[in-house]
Design a protein around this ligand. Structure first.
Ligand SMILES: Nc1nc2c(ncn2[C@@H]2O[C@H](COP(=O)(O)OP(=O)(O)O)[C@@H](O)[C@H]2O)c(=O)[nH]1
Ligand SMILES: [Mg+2]
Length: 206
């Protein structure tokens, strides 16, 4: 087994993020800023090892042809626009609706206004981005894949958000399920013991 396969097996959690938005807003550049290799980043949160897989489109967004399977099993969706292109913000409504349709219900969204280095060509104010995020009740950050401004922070904030809300919830569910199974098996054992006692009692009574 290769060492990278081992790393996966050693890992407590694997998170899947998907980057969406209009072609040209900088998704691929953001991704290569954040994870240098294999579109995968390994992090440590508290005492847990977390592997984050980030899915980028392979250009299908130009033809509005992202396969629904892209969203399957995702934990986070990064809605991305470019601050120098108003249309790219308007376009996100469509991406948001599609993601809602195909993502698991507890998926977390995050809004990124990329190309923050292009302030002189700005078409979307910070407040417009912020208000759109507020309207969806999600977090927002402006980033620049060119200068790296906020890229690390935006991704790690989203990952922490997902980890704290979803993974911990999933762990609680699993613990509850384990507890239920334990409770059920205990009651079955107790019941079986009672049945045995009753049978012994009955057989000895004649
Ligand atoms: N000025 C500036 N250009 C960027 C930034 N991010 C990406 N670009 C440029 O925008 C173009 C499209 O970027 P790309 O990552 O391919 O966009 P995608 O289609 O969303 O994946 C490329 O020419 C990038 O060099 C950024 O933060 N600032
Ligand atoms: Mg791309």
């Amino acid at each position: 087994m290769s060492s990278s396969e081992n790393e996966y097996l050693d890992c407590d959690n694997i998170l899947k993020l998907v980057l969406v938005g209009k072609s040209g807003v900088g998704k691929t550049n953001l991704l290569s800023r954040f994870c240098l290799e294999f579109k995968v980043k390994k992090l440590k949160i508290d005492d847990f090892a977390v592997i984050v897989q980030i899915w980028d489109t392979a250009g299908q967004e130009k033809f509005q042809a992202m396969p629904p399977t892209t969203y399957r099993g995702s934990h986070g969706i990064v809605l991305t626009y470019a601050i120098n292109e108003q249309d790219s913000l308007y376009d996100l409504e469509r991406w948001y609706k599609t993601a809602l349709q195909y993502c698991p219900p507890d998926v977390k969204f995050f809004l990124i206004g990329n190309k923050s280095d292009l302030k002189s060509k700005r078409e979307v104010t910070f407040e417009e981005g912020e208000n759109y995020a507020k309207s969806l009740d999600i977090s927002f950050m402006e980033t620049s894949a060119k200068s790296s401004e906020n890229v690390e922070k935006a991704f790690t904030d989203l990952i922490h958000l997902i980890f704290n809300e979803q993974i911990i919830k999933q762990r609680q569910i699993t613990n509850n399920q384990v507890q239920k199974v334990l409770d059920t098996s205990t009651s079955v054992i107790i019941q079986n013991e009672k049945d045995k006692e009753n049978r012994n009692h009955k057989s000895g009574c004649c």
